[in-house]
Design a protein around this ligand. Structure first.
Ligand code: UD1
Ligand code: UDP
Length: 370
């Protein structure tokens, strides 16, 4: 079995780490293609190092100034790599432009062959998520990747249902959970020991944690200002600070607006995984527009407020571990009041920490079938 893994962004590196670990342990042949969609150390190299991920065999320096420039360079380069390497599988994770680029390149490569044996099977991990909001580039990416993939690994029944509703072949769908449950299972003891609270002079459950990086939350200046104003008001009401590790996209906007610190909002650089997860674990409530944080919050048992109008993590809404508020202060305040004294359980609906093993077994067993 030979596998090509196409990745780049922070959540892809984190969520593919347990798969890569199994492939290393089992001495399987695999190689990594990094599109360099995320390129600064703290969004990329830090995670490669921490999770002991081998250096990418191929680094495509795809320009990120426009989506068109990114796709044309990355698809072209990945197709060439596939022609040279001829792996059995190409794995992509989630809904980023990197995932779609890998998938499209493989699909283009496969067009050359009528013999199915010669085609590279496209594997989509974290398949089936839908926000039903086509204004999000990720929604388009997810749908296209699912349509073009040969093996789909959705995390929950909600995601399976979405795939079936779109008429995708049941035989290619395998519900396994989300590999983030493996990551948290493996690293929770280390997360608990982490000393970031002392370093930042914070007390357990006495602060809120916030992240925001979606174009509609930060590039849309009106929404971004609404969020910051709401944090300032809520911070005052609860005498509680918001700790905000800032994504590079968001940093650009803060620079543009010349905002440094606010009374109740403390901006930090992006954090390494253990530091960040410890901040999450001990925060009173998590406020975010991130996809991955909605999952992690339910797994570690911290209430989550999603600063968006939709969520593709539908199970978290259903299980009431997550409230969607959009950008409206009244809604954010109402959700904060609801969650402020709420004791939340740890949930296992994203998996049991053995998700990557299940994926590995399926890939090994089904090598010849597709
Ligand atoms: C991307 C994904 C998003 C995911 C997020 C994870 C798409 C369409 N979006 O969003 O689904 O949730 O990654 O964090 O694929 N930048 C840097 N250095 C970096 C990375 C980004 O400066 O290492 C800045 C650049 O100005 C870039 C901007 O951030 O133009 C946006 O980066 P991009 O990768 O396009 O989208 P993200 O917002 O990171
Ligand atoms: N994360 C991190 N440091 C940070 C912010 C987030 O390690 O400063 C981790 C977080 O624990 C989660 C992932 O990055 O596993 C989420 O990334 P992001 O929010 O950028 O992407 P999304 O999940 O929205 O695609």
């Amino acid at each position: 079995m030979k596998i090509c893994i196409v990745l780049s962004t922070r959540p892809e590196i984190i969520k593919l780490a347990p798969i890569i670990k199994i492939l290393k342990t089992k001495k399987e042949k695999f190689f990594i293609v990094n599109t360099n969609q995320h390129y600064i150390n703290i969004m990329s190299k830090v995670f490669f190092n921490y999770f002991k991920i081998p250096k990418p065999k191929y680094n495509i320096k795809a320009p990120t100034r426009t989506h068109g420039a990114f796709f044309s360079k990355s698809i072209n380069e990945i197709e060439k790599i596939l022609s040279k390497e001829k792996p059995d599988y190409l794995i992509v994770q989630g809904d980023t432009n990197t995932a779609l680029a890998g998938c499209l390149a493989c699909s283009m490569y496969n067009r050359k062959f009528s013999n199915p044996e010669k085609k590279i099977k496209i594997v989509h991990i974290e398949s089936g998520l839908r926000s039903f909001d086509e204004k999000m580039p990720e929604e388009i990416n997810r749908k296209l990747v699912d349509e073009l993939s040969n093996i789909l690994f959705p995390p929950t029944d909600f995601d399976v249902k979405n795939l079936k509703n779109e008429g995708l072949n049941k035989k290619k769908i395998f519900k396994v959970g989300n590999t983030i449950s493996d990551v948290i299972k493996a690293y929770l003891p280390k997360i608990k020991e982490n000393k970031i609270l002392n370093i930042l002079n914070l007390n357990k459950k006495k602060y809120f944690l916030v992240t925001a990086h979606r174009p509609e939350s930060v590039d849309n200046i009106s929404n971004f200002k609404k969020l910051l104003n709401s944090f300032e008001k809520i911070g005052k009401i609860f005498s509680t600070k918001f700790i905000f590790p800032v994504h590079p996209r968001t940093q650009k906007i803060l620079n543009k607006l010349k905002i440094k610190n606010l009374q109740y909002v403390c901006f930090l650089k992006p954090l390494e995984y253990l530091d960040f997860m410890k901040l999450m674990l001990d925060s009173r409530i998590i406020f975010t527009d991130s996809g991955g944080l909605q999952e992690e919050a339910s797994i570690i048992g911290v209430p989550c407020i999603t600063l968006r109008t939709t969520s593709e993590r539908q199970i978290t809404i259903k299980k009431k571990t997550n409230i969607i508020t959009g950008y409206d202060h009244k809604k954010i305040l109402r959700a904060t009041k609801k969650f402020y004294n709420k004791k939340m359980k740890k949930h296992k609906f994203f998996g049991d920490g053995n998700v990557s093993k299940k994926i590995y077994i399926k890939l090994k067993a089904n090598l010849k079938k597709y």
